[in-house]
Design a protein around this ligand. Structure first.
Ligand code: CO8
Length: 258
């Protein structure tokens, strides 16, 4: 992977660890971060050696939101004609699984970026919030939609209208966070989860992500049909034969992504 100005990347086996790296601004998400993260994730999707991704921030902040200093002078016409922040959608189109490792603040666009990832592992120190209302705006990258689907209308309205933060325990109870771990375990836990994902059949993993992702968009009947079609198609893979043979023969499966 090439060098970036606002990201650090490090490949650990089949897992790509991407770390947001603007410590002076608590990883505020400016257009350079958006462009670079989008490029890094596209590279991961195209790289056969990468099976999954961990996206992390710093201990103090996963990301404290969109860059307020960059947004301050933007006019409506600039925002509309330039599709301001529209590029974040490309990040949501990543096909390989992304585990968010969240420590400290995940606010505004930071919370939204964590929600674009496939699941969130949070440190006990994590704090989630959509404080846009305090700046005279509203969430712009899914906070009103993904947060509502994750935690339900009551809590989403509470967060988006008051701008208050949720701590890790409340976020886990509400369904926003998959696991909470002590701060010193965060990266290892996320890398272990991503490593496990990367060890499975690539086609099965990517279809599993696609199927769960579709549940937000389809009716139950359509979603069930979509899932079954993907399920059927996996019987065309050598990995399905290998996975089941390994179970029957009481050995570990050796998936070859075929
Ligand atoms: N943008 C730009 N700079 C920031 C941001 C930000 N979002 N957050 C922190 N910083 C900067 C501060 O300005 C400060 O810089 P400097 O030292 O030059 O003054 C530095 O980071 C450290 O921050 P603080 O001194 O404020 O640190 P504290 O520990 O006192 O406070 C907080 C931490 C509570 C996180 C505080 O920094 C804060 O409230 N930040 C803003 C949080 C916020 O409102 N986020 C929402 C932004 S709006 C948004 O995300 C809209 C989303 C729309 C689409 C998203 C696409 C990405």
């Amino acid at each position: 992977m090439k060098e970036f100005e606002t990201l650090l990347t490090e490949q650990r086996g089949a897992v790509m660890l991407i770390t947001l790296n603007r410590p002076q601004a608590l990883n505020a998400l400016n257009s350079t971060v958006m462009r670079e993260l989008s490029e890094a994730l596209r590279t991961c999707d195209a790289d056969d050696g990468v099976g999954s991704i961990v996206l992390a921030g710093s201990e103090k902040a996963f990301a404290a939101g969109a860059d307020i200093k960059e947004m301050q002078p933007v006019t409506f016409v600039d925002a509309y004609l330039g599709d301001f922040l529209g590029g974040w959608e490309a990040i949501a189109a990543t096909r390989k699984p992304i585990v968010a490792a969240v420590s400290g603040y995940a606010l505004g666009g930071g919370c939204e970026l964590a929600m674009i990832c496939d699941f969130i592992i949070a440190s006990e120190t994590a704090k989630f919030g959509q404080p846009e209302i305090t700046l005279g705006i509203i969430p712009g990258m899914g906070g009103s939609q993904r947060l509502t689907r994750a935690v339900g209308k009551a809590k989403a309205m509470d967060m988006v209208l008051t701008g208050r933060m949720m701590d890790a325990a409340e976020a886990e109870r509400a369904g926003l966070v998959a696991r909470i771990v002590p701060p010193e375990r965060l990266l290892d836990e996320a890398l272990e989860a991503a490593g496990k994902i990367a060890s499975y059949s690539r086609a099965a993993v990517m279809m599993a992500k696609e199927a769960v992702g579709r549940s937000d968009e389809l009716t139950l009947a359509e979603g069930l049909r979509y899932e079954r079609r993907l399920f059927h198609s996996l019987f065309a893979t050598e990995d399905q034969k290998e996975g089941m043979a390994a179970f029957v023969e009481k050995r570990k499966a050796q998936f070859r992504n075929r």
